[in-house]
Every structure is written in C-alpha cells, then in structure tokens.
Design a protein around this ligand. Structure first.
Ligand SMILES: [Ca+2]
Length: 330
C-alpha cells in the first residue's frame, strides 16, 4: 500500500499589530547617551526615531529647525550597528564556538559583516565583497570550493545551490580540519555573518540610509550608534556621547498617546512541505484579524507582517532555535 509521508514544518513569523501607524517626532532637549535616550523614548513615547521616507525626513528637519537652527550638533536617532548579531548562514544558528584573531572583530572602517578563515585558522570579520574561496557543507562534511574566488554573498549562493549551505564551525577540531583544507589559500569564507545597521523598532531598512559624506567610518573603533547632523545626514558615533535625541511618538494629542500601542507578536505556523508564500501569508493575516475581531478588537487596528532581517516573512523553526531574538542586542 502506498504510504504518504507528510512533513509538518514549524514556521515562525513576526506580526506587527499597529493600533495607530501615523507617527510624529519629539525632540528631547536633554543630552543623554544613546542607550539612555533609547530607554527614555521607550518609556515615554514609542521608540527612538526611525526615519526612512522623504516625508519623515522633512518632519525631522522641521522639528530641528524649530528648536536648534543655530546649533552645530548631532541628535540621536534609533539606528545602531548590530555588532552582536553574529550568526551562521545555516539556519541562522547563533554562534557558540569562536576563534577570532587578536583584536577581531574590530569592524575596521565600519563595513565588516562577513567572516573568513585565514591560513592559520583564525577568524577575521571582513568586508563581504572581498574575494575568497569558500567552505560549504554537504551530508559528508565540509567541502572546499576553489573554482572562483567569490564575495561572501556569491559564495553563499553557490553553497546553497550545490551543497546544503556554508559550513558551520562548532568545535576547535572542526576548525583545525578546515585550516588543513585551505592550505595555500589566503582566505576562505565560512558561514558566519551579522546584520549591519538596524532600526531599534526592527523596521526593515527600506531605502538607502542618508549617510553624511565618508560615514559610517567607525573612526574611533566604537561608533555603533547613529545620529543626525546639522545637515540632516546620518553619522556613526560612540554611543557614550551625549546628545539631544528624537523620539518617535504618536501624531495625535498626548492625552491619547498613552492609549496608542504597537505590539509585535510571534506567530508559529504548522505547514506542509511548502514554504509560506505571500498569498498564504495574506490569508493568515486576514484570519488572525478576523479571530481577534470576534474577540472584541477594534476595527481600526492595523495588521501587517514584519519582514525579518533576511528579507523573509517566515523562518523555518528547528530545534527551538529562536535566533533573531537570541543573536541580537536590542
Ligand atoms: Ca563616524
């Protein structure tokens, strides 16, 4: 008798429930370190300011002109370099074993988001466009791909297309094995990478960030927080510096502000073999909205899926691996 095996796969996605999506900004005229500013905004408003569209930038510019038109100074916004979000390409597993070279990862010049193995077996965070050979993984273990020296992203595509994914290095003996394999090559990409600049409210970066000239440069080596300068351009700064800051608030009166909330929910979905496509995601959203409506949720509540750092709505869950909350700092 023919037997059919049905795989049940758990997917996890973030559902953003916005009770009022229209927002405004508030300029807090107190000098605070970035973390203190973040706490203040989350306690008293919604978050530090997320600024993406032309309309949002104009709002911010007007607010600054109103209060600080004559000052040459920076103002914090809710953007940070996610230096603690290191994870593996394969299933986004958080890193456990590490073998960084001395002073690594140092994010030199502020653009080192991918990790390569050197000929001594040490790890270096590098600019992802550098060209290296790649260590992929298949059922038998690591495979060295030397056909063409590739950027990290190209290497990831090759590993995922031909093999399982990049190799995930979990122990010292595995690291030694790889070091033997890459003899004669100056560098080999492994699957470790991290997010770059991230909004504190986890909004996806939707357009190119308006950096000031030659920024971000990580000039002092610890510039992982972002501020807007007097020209309305972003600079990376040490988080301990004390600046005024922009919070994101509701655009309706402060009396009503207290009742306006945004909630981020994690939804786990059991599905068949197939990945969840946009049509299914839309249908799920409608169903959630309907169920909550039946339980008395107001009709003007807005629902949307939150895009995850890799651009997808859903992640396949395996081994209770809740990676994004575990690998990230804020
Ligand atoms: Ca800088």
């Amino acid at each position: 008798m023919e037997q059919r095996l049905i795989h049940i796969i758990l997917f996890s996605g973030f559902l953003s429930v916005i009770l009022c999506d229209s927002h405004d900004y508030v300029l807090i005229q107190e000098n605070r370190a970035w973390n203190e500013a973040l706490d203040y905004c989350r306690k008293n408003y919604i978050d530090l300011a997320t600024v993406q569209t032309d309309q949002e930038w104009n709002k911010l510019k007007k607010l600054r002109a109103k209060y600080r038109s004559n000052e040459q100074s920076n103002t914090w916004i809710g953007l940070y370099d996610a230096v603690n979000s290191w994870r593996w390409s394969l299933q986004n597993e958080c890193q456990t074993y590490v073998n960084w070279d001395k002073d690594e990862p140092n994010n030199y010049k502020g653009n080192q988001y991918c990790v390569m193995l050197d000929s001594d077996g040490h790890w270096h965070a590098e600019n992802c466009s550098r060209k290296c050979v790649a260590i992929c993984e298949n059922d038998q273990g690591p495979v060295l791909v030397t056909d063409a020296e590739m950027s990290w992203k190209t290497a990831q595509s090759v590993c995922r297309k031909i093999f399982t994914d990049f190799y995930t290095v979990r122990t010292e003996s595995e690291n030694q094995q790889l070091t033997e394999m890459i003899k004669g090559y100056p560098c080999a990409w492994i699957g470790l990478f991290r997010d770059s600049w991230t909004w504190t409210d986890q909004t996806s970066i939707s357009s190119s960030l308006r950096w000031a000239e030659k920024q971000p440069d990580n000039l002092s080596g610890d510039e992982i927080c972002a501020a807007v300068n007097e020209n309305g351009r972003i600079t990376d700064e040490p988080c301990s510096k004390k600046f005024f800051f922009f919070c994101k608030s509701s655009s309706i009166s402060s009396l009503v502000t207290e009742t306006v909330k945004r909630q981020i929910l994690r939804l786990e979905v059991k599905a068949g073999d197939n990945v969840i496509d946009q049509v299914t995601a839309d249908a799920l959203l409608k169903e959630v909205q309907q169920k909550l409506g039946e339980q008395g949720m107001a009709a003007d509540v807005k629902f949307s899926w939150r895009q995850q750092p890799n651009g997808k709505l859903f992640q396949t869950l395996k081994k209770n691996n809740y990676r994004f909350s575990k690998c990230s700092k804020y």
